[in-house]
Design a protein around this ligand. Sequence first.
Ligand SMILES: *Cc1c(COP(=O)(O)O)cnc(C)c1O
Length: 217
Amino acid sequence: MIAENLLQIKAQLPNHVTLVAVSKTKPQSAVLEAYEAGQKDFGENYVQELVDKEAALPKDIHWHFIGHLQSNKVKYIAPFVFLIHGVDSFKLLKEIDKQAKKNNRIIPCLLQIHIATEETKFGFSENEMMDMLSGSELKTLANIEIHGMMGMASFSNDQLVIQKEFQTILAIFKNIQNRNLFPHFNTLSIGMSGDYKLAIEKGSTMVRIGSSIFGSR
Ligand SMILES: *Cc1c(COP(=O)(O)O)cnc(C)c1O
């Protein structure tokens, strides 16, 4: 079932959109099934679960951290993480840089934008993001690369609300991209099982899909 779901979704994605299969709370066997069907990029939300899966599963998997990352846990994923999606503070970015340096690598990061109306969603406001990006401190971090932005729409059934939120995220993304400050700023991670088609219409280059591939959690 997993392989079928995966291939069905993949067939619908334009070539410029990367599929991150969100495997949080699912067993290693489920990841392996998707991997054997050709999937290389997987997303996880919990540090311990990610560390355990990374140790046990094939080494050529690209592990994306898509959850809320606490600074004191960066060290556990720094040796191998492929892309960190949910960077929501300069403090966290500094810690990622420090741990990347210790591991002699550069860690690609996406800045999380807070656009949804829910209080519980993490991320920078537009102003906070702009301030940080234009600040001089960011340039001192040599072991991180800002590859783009990640966002989530409000938890809503109203397609128009979601569409508007994605549109806002896209406008901010393009605004930053047009400044040409960051050579790698070209990833827009928006879209989940319920809204990925809308997200692709609104410029997504990376979708994070869990339940439509692995079943409900
Ligand atoms: C769980 C999760 C997803 C996947 O959600 P589905 O609705 O199962 O596709 C995507 N992004 C983030 C940040 C998540 O936490």
